[in-house]
Design a protein around this ligand. Structure first.
Ligand code: NAP
Length: 260
């Protein structure tokens, strides 16, 4: 198998750290991106001991101009990205009217703007070489509106729509684009989003290992969308059959349960 270089955002924790470990275990070099440099360095040291190269670039992807700067640093190190895992993401819970507008905007910047900018930066090279993969981490939140977490759900609907469209745009050009849609998953995400104390979340959460395995397999198979977990897939499918008014009320109820 050809050795690829994976660029993984949000590699300091949760799904991103596992994507990095699994990509490296498959013999690929990795570029690890997140804000917490010391965590990335520790992961890179572990990964490098297995014989692949692990590069650390600490970066706040929510900051304007961060992606061009990151891409300049990647080029300066002589690296070429063959696979991009757009994984960094942030969830913020609570009614929009009570929320901090700057935090909501930062979430859109990270979950949507940075993801598009990174994709835009690497895609032309992949198309030119007729080789590459982009794995965008959406969510089961992408399939219906999320009262109580409105902006987060909307960002994930954006990621799903964007990824599906790109999947078709590059069809037949040797590049795979996959949207991975996890349901609740045990990482640092729930604590940051303010739903860590919910017994409902814990009871329904998948382990990160399974989600990462599903995502990597779906990308390798060239699938457009992968909903992680059979129950999540059934729920995402059933939403399409429900009247939208019913779907959004159920979603509001689930949000209240997740909030604990
Ligand atoms: N866990 C779930 O229940 C769940 C469900 C569905 C979808 N997802 C999605 O899965 C993806 C991964 O989430 P996770 O569960 O692994 O969450 P996590 O454990 O909280 O990890 C999030 C990662 O994103 C990075 N990050 C956050 N803000 C950043 C910024 N401004 N710039 C650069 N990196 C940033 C964090 O690193 P630093 O703090 O070091 O920057 C961290 O490495 C996200 O897109 C999330 O929306 C998660």
């Amino acid at each position: 198998m050809a050795r690829d270089t994976w660029l993984i955002t949000g590699a300091s924790a949760g799904l991103g750290a596992l994507f990095a470990e699994r990509a490296a275990a498959a013999g690929n070099d990795v570029i690890l991106v997140a804000r917490r440099a010391e965590r990335l360095e520790a992961l890179a040291t572990r990964i490098a001991s297995t014989g692949v190269s692990a590069h650390v670039i600490a970066c706040d992807l929510g900051a304007a101009g961060s992606v061009p700067e990151l891409m300049r640093e990647i080029a300066a190190r002589g690296l070429t990205v063959n696979t991009l895992a757009n994984n960094a993401g942030l969830g913020v819970r609570g009614a929009l009217s009570d929320s901090d507008g700057a935090v909501q905007a930062a979430m859109i910047d990270l979950n949507c703007r940075a993801l598009v900018e990174l994709t835009h930066a690497v895609l032309p090279g992949m198309v030119a070489k007729r080789r590459g993969g982009i794995l965008n981490i959406a969510s089961t939140a992408a399939f219906q509106p999320g009262p109580g977490m409105a902006v987060y759900y909307a960002t994930k609907a954006f990621v799903l729509s964007f990824s599906e469209a790109l999947h078709e745009e590059v069809r037949g050009q040797g590049v795979r684009v996959t949207a991975l849609c996890p349901g609740p998953t045990r990482t640092e995400f729930a604590g940051i989003a303010g739903m860590g104390s919910s017994g409902f979340f814990e009871k329904n959460a998948a382990d990160a290992e399974t989600v990462v395995r599903d995502g990597m397999a779906a990308l390798a198979q060239g699938r457009a969308i992968k909903v992680a977990g059979a129950r999540n897939a059934a729920m995402a499918g059933s939403v399409r059959l429900l009247p939208r008014g019913v779907a959004r009320r159920i979603s509001a109820h689930v949000q209240r349960l997740l909030a604990g």
